[in-house]
Ligand binder design. Structure first.
Ligand code: FES
Ligand code: FES
Length: 238
């Protein structure tokens, strides 16, 4: 079956499964009627007639499913961060950055803007970079989360760092003055880690593209690029 045929069939099936609505009104009539009514209540019958009798709106929704569980209730979950399982209780609205910082206590991940503008909260989820301030914590269940602590968490015991790429980037940032105030550094390093894991030998343009979502208020971009190049070299890239 052609792709279009599949689409038509699934559309028809979806239509067949849809709740029975009887709508007899133009779009303009619907807007007018809605404004006049002020509110439309799901599961009820609403009938409005315009003065000239040309427009009528009838909405009949025959079924309404009762909710037996509270969708806003806190849930007990386990998040794997840097190879360690952390049991936490989260609300469905909780963002990952808040859980990582406030519940788990790993405060290396920053929260500078909290609205997906700066990249300071970047973490890796299954090796892909995400802004943790806009990532629902519940979505991270069953995934591997990596934060900037992955580069240092095991070195105190003499064991190798949990993530050698993150560790190499942290050393290179120190070596090249990649951080001035350092506020952006965890996010810059995690975005760079995602890049080097996928592309061990990036060009300058590829580094710029990978870091495009990370803002440095100190304007330390040249040193950041140099740091990433140094890390790539130390990890075996050119
Ligand atoms: S804190 Fe998430 S993008 Fe700025
Ligand atoms: S080093 Fe200060 S914000 Fe980047």
């Amino acid at each position: 079956m052609s792709r279009k045929g599949k689409q038509n069939r699934s559309h028809a099936a979806a239509k067949a499964d849809a709740p029975e609505w009887d709508v007899k009104v133009s779009r303009r009539g619907f807007v007018k009627a809605s404004l006049a009514a002020g509110v439309i209540v799901g599961g009820s019958v609403l009938a409005l007639d315009s003065k000239d009798g040309r427009q009528a709106l009838q909405i009949a929704q025959t079924t309404q499913t009762a909710t037996t569980t509270d969708p806003f209730a806190p849930q007990a979950i386990t998040l794997n961060v840097n190879g360690v399982d952390y049991p936490v209780t989260v609300e469905p609205r909780d963002m990952l950055v808040n859980v990582i910082r406030d519940s788990i206590g790993l405060i290396g991940t920053k929260r500078p803007c909290n609205r997906m503008e700066c990249g300071g909260c970047t973490v890796l989820i299954d090796d892909a970079p995400y802004n943790a301030c806009q990532y629902i914590a519940l979505r991270a269940v069953g995934k591997q989360i990596l934060t900037t602590e992955a580069g240092v968490q095991s070195t105190a015991s003499g064991a190798p760092a949990a993530d050698p790429v993150v560790a190499a980037l942290q050393s290179a940032f120190v070596e090249n003055d990649g951080g001035q105030c350092g506020f952006c550094s965890p996010g810059e390093i995690m975005s760079a880690a995602a890049l080097l894991k996928q592309n061990p030998n990036p060009t300058v343009d590829e580094i710029k593209a990978a870091q495009a979502g990370n803002l440095c208020r100190c304007g330390n971009y040249l040193k950041i690029i140099e740091s990433i190049q140094t890390a790539a070299t130390n990890l075996g890239g050119a």
